[in-house]
Design a protein around this ligand. Sequence first.
Ligand code: COA
Length: 148
Amino acid sequence: MSRVAMLGIQHLEQCLLIEARSDPHPWGRINWLRSLRDDHCLGYWDEGELLAISAYSLVLDEVSLLNIVVDTNSRGSGVGRHLLIEGLEWMQQFGGHRCLLEARVSNTVARALYRKLGFAEDGIRKKYYPLGDGFEDAVLMSADLPLL
Ligand SMILES: CC(C)(COP(=O)(O)OP(=O)(O)OC[C@H]1O[C@@H](n2cnc3c(N)ncnc32)[C@H](O)[C@@H]1OP(=O)(O)O)[C@@H](O)C(=O)NCCC(=O)NCCS
């Protein structure tokens, strides 16, 4: 059985393990530590195993999706979609009415997921992400909550 529930500091090492093997651009210990302590972090478990992690912040009624990572072996089976939908429903309970996010221009899978959930691409933030010796642009996306 699967469930979505809050992540806490006690999940730090598991979050780092998942992103180390699943995210080409890992967030790292300091960011996860800060987010697990200060933001809203939710995980997706199946049969007791943590398969995906996500982090959200809230300023007034604006939710920012800070990060979402699905373990490599669990990709492509709807886990990311499920976690994001429940995560944003969760954030609505705290007053979120709109969600903003950024994705690497090259991250076509994430962009497809967000578009499928109703996010619009609003613009480009030039050279936002470090990439090798240089930088990569970010796509800015947004959607009203609840998602359609
Ligand atoms: C982006 C990510 C979270 C998607 O998670 P996932 O569980 O694999 O995605 P889902 O199975 O829920 O798929 C949802 C939608 O995403 C898109 N998608 C998923 N896998 C895809 C692929 N290999 N190619 C193209 N689109 C894909 C599709 O639109 C899909 O909808 P569909 O199944 O109706 O076609 C996952 O790939 C990931 O963790 N990537 C590394 C970390 C990352 O990039 N995070 C986002 C930071 S902005």
